[in-house]
Design a protein around this ligand. Sequence first.
Ligand code: 5AD
Ligand code: SF4
Length: 485
Amino acid sequence: MRAHIVTYGCQMNEYDTHLVQSQLVSFGADIVDSVDVADFVLLNTCAIRGKPVEKVRSLLGDLRKIKARRPLVIGMMGCLAQLEEGQQMARKFGVDILLGPGSLLDIGKALESNERFWGLAFRDELHDHVPPAPAGQLQAHLTIMRGCDHHCTYCIVPTTRGPQVSRHPDDILRELDLQLAAGVQEVTLLGQNVNAYGVDQGARLGGYPTFANLLRMVGRSGVRRVKFTTSHPMNFTEDVAAAMADTPAICEYVHLPVQSGSNRVLRRMAREYTREQYLAHVADIKKHLPHVVLATDIIVGFPGETEDDFAQTLSLYDEVGYDSAYMFAYSARPGTPSYKHFDDLPREVKTERLERLIAKQKDWSARKNAAKVGTTQEVLIRGEAHSDGFLEGHTRGNHPTIVPAAIGATGPGVYRVRIDHATPHMMYGTVLGPDGHPLPQVPRLDPQAAALSAPSAWPDGRSGMNTPSENLENSSRPSQVRPAQ
Ligand code: 5AD
Ligand code: SF4
C-alpha cells in the first residue's frame, strides 16, 4: 500500500499524523508524498475555524473525482471527523475510513475491513501508546495530554477532542527516551492546556507530577531544548515560570493565549480570568524570566465586541508588548455555545479590526526583533531555506531565522548565530564558530547568490522567507514554529 497523509491544523495534528504514519509503516505501507502515486489518501483535518473545513471539502471533492477513475481508499481523521459536519461530508464524498481524534489506533482494523469503517470512540490505549521517534529530525513533539476541560464559548475543541486526559509520566518519559536516542535536540510538550497536566476533571491524579515538575523532569533528561504549548492562563502557576528559570534546557518562550483584552468579552467567551489576572501572570513570568519571549492568540470580532472592547485588546497588547501573536477573526462554528446564542458581527468589521491588530503586532515584532540585532542566539537549523545557499531554523524564542551556509554549518544542527538583521517576522544572521568569530562562508560559484548573502541585500519579502500568508479574513499568524491547537 502507498499511503499519503495531508495534515491541516495544529501541532497536535502533526503529532497525530506521525503516530498514524508510524502505524502504517509498521503494517508495511510506503509513505508517498503525492496523491498521484497513492492508493490510500488520509486527510488529517482541523475544525477550529471555517477556513480549514472548506479546504478539506475542496480536497475531498478532488479525491472523489480521482476515485471515479481509479481505485483509491479515502480516509479522514482529526477534529472534523468527530463532528456531524465532517461525517456529512464523508458520506457525500465517499470517504471509506473515518477516525476521530480518540480512535487513531483503529487504523489497522479500518484498513483490514472490507466495508466503510467509522471509529469515533475515545480509546484509553491511545494514551499509553508510545510512537517511535521521528527519524532523522532534531525536533520532536511529545503529547502529554489530550482533550480539554475548559468550555470557551467559541471553541469546538472540547467537542472534537473530548475531556482532558493526562498521559502517565512513565509513558511520557519512555517516549522522550526514544526521542533522545534518535538524536532529537528540541522537544515540544503538547496539549490543549499543558498547565492543567495531571488535573483531569478538576481532580489531581495520584502519582502524576505537576506540570512545573514535569517540565523540570524533562528539562533534566539531557535534551538540549524544551518548549511547550499551549497554556490556558487560568491554569498558569508561578511555579511554571520558576521551573523555566531554574532549568536551563527549558526555552524562555511562553505562548499564553489571551483572546481579548476586554473583561466583558472575556466573560462572554467564558475564559475564566480577567484582564487584570492575565496581566498578573505576565508580571510573574517577567519577574522570573526578564528576557522571556511572549506570544499570544487573539480573536477579534467576537460577537458583541464593541469598538471600546477592541480598543482594550489593543491597549493590552501594548501593556504586555508581545513578541508575536496569532490573530484570528472570529469564526462561528456550529456546535459551539457562541454560535448558538450570539449573532456574528459583520465580516467587514472583523476584517478591519484584524488589520488594525496586525499593524500593531508588526510594529511590536519589528521593535522586539530589532532589539535582538547584534546579540548571539542559539539557532536550531532544520535544513535548507528556499533560497539556495541559505539555511533556516529558529531560536530558543521561536524566531524564524535564516543564515548563509558556512563551512562547518551546512546542514541541520544547533549553532550559535549572531543576528545581523531583523524584520517583524524573520531574523537573519551569521553562524559563529567556537571562538565567537563568524565561520567562513561556503564559497559560491554564482556571483549573484554571493551578493545576496550580504546582510544589506536581505529583503523582507524574499519568496518563502516571509509571512502572513494566510487569508486575512480568517487569520494571520507569523510564520513560526507552532501552533497550538
Ligand atoms: N474563531 C476564531 N478563532 C478561534 N480560535 C479558536 N476557536 C476560534 C473561532 N471559533 C483560536 C483561538 C485559539 C486558537 C488555536 O484558535 O485564539 O487559541
Ligand atoms: Fe480548550 Fe483552548 Fe478551546 Fe479554551 S480555547 S476550550 S483551552 S481548546
